[in-house]
Write a protein that binds this ligand. Structure first.
Ligand code: PGA
Length: 244
C-alpha cells in the first residue's frame, strides 16, 4: 500500500488525477472504475483540465461506476449518472456509450447486477478503481457487515450513510434507502486501486481501515490485502495515520 499525503484538497486532487492519468497514458484504451461523492470532484476537475490540455484522452476509455441509488433515474440531479455527467463525462472527450453505471431503475435488479459483472469482465476487467471511503469504512455502498459481499448487488443503506448523504437532498426523507453497488470481490479484482480521502472527519476511519485489522465491519480494511493500492490523502485525513 502506497500513501501519498498532500498538503490540502487541491494537492490531493492533483496527485490523484496524476495516478489515474498515468494509467491512461500507459493504455489509452484502459478501463476506469469510477466513484462519486464529494472527495473525487477535484480529481475529476483536474482530469478534465488534463483532457483539455491533451495530457490525457478519454476517447478510447471505458468506465464502470461503483454504485447507483435504487429508484433515481439518470436525469435526477442526485443520481450518480447525473453526477458523473456533470463532473466528468460532459467535460471530456469520452464516448458516453462506453460509460457504465449500475441501473438503479432496472425492473430486475439481481439480473442487472449479474449483467454488470459480465460487462466488466467482457471489457477485460478494471485497470484502476477509484474509491472514496465512508465515515463508517464503506467502499462503494458496501456497508459494514458480517461477511464481505462478493459481487455487484442491491443493498440497504445504513442510517449513517443516509444521514451523511442527506446533505445533498432537500430532506433526509428524500434520500433513497437502497442502492446497487459493486461488491468487495468486484473491487478487489481491479488491477490497481486508488483511494482518495480528505478532511479531519476522515482521519479516524483512514487510520482504522489501513492500519487496523482486516474485518468486514470495516469494509475498506480489505484493501490491505490488495497488491496494488495507492491512498492519496490531504494532511488532515492523514493526521492519525501511523505508517512508516
Ligand atoms: P464523500 O463520500 O467523498 O462524499 O466523503 C465518500 C464515500 O461515502 O464513499
Amino acid at each position: 500500500m502506497e500513501f501519498i499525503i498532500a498538503e490540502d484538497y487541491e494537492g490531493m486532487s492533483r496527485a490523484a488525477a496524476d495516478v489515474v492519468g498515468s494509467v491512461m497514458q500507459d493504455d489509452p484504451a484502459c478501463v476506469l472504475g469510477l466513484a462519486t461523492g464529494s472527495t473525487p470532484i477535484g480529481m475529476y476537475a483536474c482530469l478534465a483540465e488534463d483532457a483539455a490540455s491533451g495530457t490525457v484522452s478519454f476517447a478510447d476509455v471505458t468506465t464502470f461506476n461503483l454504485d447507483e441509488y435504487v429508484g433515481l433515474p439518470g436525469t435526477h440531479d442526485q443520481s450518480y449518472r447525473y453526477f458523473m455527467d456533470q463532473n466528468l463525462f460532459d467535460k471530456v472527450d469520452i464516448d458516453k456509450a462506453r460509460t457504465n453505471l449500475p441501473d438503479g431503475c432496472a425492473a430486475d435488479l439481481e439480473a442487472m447486477c449479474d449483467a454488470y459483472e459480465t460487462k466488466i469482465e467482457d471489457a477485460g476487467g478494471i485497470d484502476i478503481q477509484v474509491l472514496g471511503i465512508g465515515h463508517n469504512g464503506h467502499i462503494g455502498f458496501n456497508e459494514p457487515c458480517e461477511d464481505f459481499p462478493v459481487a455487484t448487488h442491491p443493498v440497504d443503506l445504513t442510517e449513517s450513510t443516509i444521514q451523511a448523504n442527506s446533505r445533498l437532498f432537500d430532506d433526509v426523507a428524500d434520500v433513497p434507502r437502497r442502492a446497487v453497488t459493486m461488491g468487495i470481490g468486484t473491487i478487489m479484482k481491479a488491477r490497481k486501486v486508488l483511494v482518495v480521502a480528505n478532511g479531519e472527519g476522515k482521519a479516524d476511519i483512514v487510520s482504522e481501515a489501513f492500519t487496523g485489522p482486516v474485518v468486514p465491519e470495516v469494509p475498506a480494511s480489505v484493501l490491505q490485502l490488495h497488491p496494488d493500492v495507492t491512498v492519496v490523502l490531504d494532511a488532515a485525513a492523514a493526521a492519525k495515520l501511523d505508517v512508516a
